[in-house]
Write a protein that binds this ligand. Structure first.
Ligand code: SAH
Ligand code: F3S
Length: 460
């Protein structure tokens, strides 16, 4: 009864939450399995950002519920955003669920499972379902843990929870609650432990990381708590790279822009959700910046880091988006030349202000606009990758490549994926790779022998 499979939907925050649940469960004697069929307990960690994400998880849960009929001891739980968003309604819809735990209840999952299993053992199958959704805003004060014994070259580190913004389309403030920051000392301690176990790169996670600690931690020398955190991380010996996601464009004040020029471990990459290239639509979305202001920010960042890479989130088909609004999005998208982007078709989320508006852009038009932006993105990404052919890039070697004997995968500081021949002992090392080939998504190359110990003598 102790084999658990966790399936994660949605963003990196959810991935990190699943990692933490897996860690907590392991320390209670559960084993985490890689295949659903091998599990006695399946937990779905869910996403609510778009309806499609919720429908996927509901479909999956419905399918898994059938397994209960064959095996009454099988345990099925739903965790995270959809649990928080839909609450007891989920139990009406899926009466076979054993556990529904919200976004502030991940740390309670081991207790709940222990109790469920104990009561099943005592009374036979089907004890009452557990619904645990209340607010527990200090739950992020716990010291986070990562998988022991297995090296994570690149690790996610959650620095805050929640979001206080009121973007009219967004369900996240409801599912994740208000902003709460973890103390700087906890984060530093977590990263130092990771580094001692071989981590070289961290990605700081939060719904709006640029607002990190706004209420809890004072500014020092005009530097925001987030920049203070970056500075302290930059000092950690053995840590090579710092990334973060997601910031808010409004949170990119001078101190953060300037940090890109000063902090050598901060990678020259920014995921800057813009959502639309039309000021009218931005206003309807309650995004507090204009397209001009956003473009100025991109120019400011390029001024301190000419090699800067930019990625973004765009919503197409927001209520009232005309062809002209969409054309403005395309123009901005090309002018900035985004290297990467997540393009979403607008999906009304019940309870958000935008859900009161008429969802007037037909599905086919949303799809068409989505495709148009994807085409532009493909062109831009291909061009950026092609421009790297012939250069030597600093790569953090992450793992064996999925395909090709002796091939390994790593990333540039700009987050471009590179495949090259190397050896196992280079995993976790920084190496120089000469880029020889490029496609839209991937670069190929070979270790550059100038001044680097390639480890290849061992391999051959
Ligand atoms: N700042 C958060 C945003 C979470 S939602 C973060 O990145 O962690 C991620 C993206 O989903 C948003 O930037 C937006 O582009 C998209 N999105 C959010 N709500 C949406 C909706 N109702 N329909 C379509 N896309 C949406
Ligand atoms: Fe959502 Fe806007 Fe916050 S997109 S997560 S409400 S910044």
């Amino acid at each position: 009864m102790n084999r658990v499979y966790i399936k994660t939907y949605g963003c990196q925050m959810n991935q990190r939450d699943s990692e933490q649940v897996a860690c907590d469960l392991r320390s209670r004697g559960y084993s985490i399995v890689q295949h659903e069929e091998d599990a006695d307990v399946v937990l779905l960690n869910t996403c609510s950002v778009r309806d499609q994400a919720e429908q996927k998880a509901i479909g999956k849960a419905g399918h898994l519920a059938r397994r209960k009929r064959e095996n009454p001891n099988f345990v099925l739980g739903i965790l995270g955003c959809m649990a928080q968003n839909r609450g007891s309604e989920l139990l009406d819809r899926l009466p076979d669920l054993d556990l529904v735990a919200g976004t502030q209840k991940f740390h309670r999952v081991p207790d709940h499972l222990d109790n469920l299993i104990a009561s099943m053992n005592a009374q036979g199958p089907r004890p009452t379902s557990i619904l645990d959704l209340e607010e527990e805003l200090d739950s992020q004060n716990a010291i986070n843990s990562h998988k022991a014994g297995e090296r994570q070259v690149s690790a996610f580190v959650s620095i805050m929870q929640g979001c206080n913004m009121k973007c009219t389309f967004c369900i996240v403030p409801k599912t994740r609650g208000p902003e709460r920051a973890r103390p700087i000392a906890h984060i530093i301690q977590e990263v130092e432990t990771l580094v001692a176990n071989g981590t070289r790169e961290v990605t700081l996670l939060g719904q709006i990381v640029t607002s990190y600690g706004r209420r809890e931690i004072p500014f020092i020398d005009k530097k925001s708590p987030f920049v203070q955190l970056l500075e302290q991380l930059n000092e950690i010996d053995g840590l090579e790279r710092i990334r973060f996601t997601s910031p808010h464009p409004r949170g990119f004040k001078e101190d953060l822009v300037e940090a890109y020029g000063r902090l050598d471990k901060l990678c020259e990459y920014a995921h800057l959700p813009v959502q639309s290239g039309s000021d009218r639509i931005l206003k309807a979305m309650n995004r507090p910046y204009s397209v001009d202001r956003y473009m100025q920010l991109v120019r400011d960042l390029r001024a301190v880091q000419p090699d800067m890479y930019f990625s973004t989130d765009i919503i197409v088909g927001f209520p009232g988006e005309t062809d002209q609004d969409f054309q403005m999005t395309c123009d901005m998208f090309e002018e900035i030349g985004f290297d990467m982007a997540f393009i979403f078709k607008y999906s009304p989320r019940s309870g958000t202000p935008a859900a009161e508006l008429h969802d007037d852009v037909p599905k086919t038009v949303k799809e068409e606009r989505n495709q148009i932006l994807l085409k532009i993105l493909e062109k831009q990404s291909r061009r950026r990758n092609a421009s790297l052919v012939g250069t030597i890039q600093e790569i953090l070697v992450e793992c064996p490549a999925r395909k090709g004997e002796g091939m390994f995968m790593g990333r540039t500081r700009g987050f471009r994926k590179v495949i090259f021949p190397a050896s196992q002992r280079l995993i976790g090392e920084m190496v120089d790779v000469e880029i020889e080939e490029s496609s839209v998504t991937t670069l190929k190359g070979r270790l550059s022998l100038t001044g680097v110990d390639t480890g290849m003598a061992v391999a051959t």
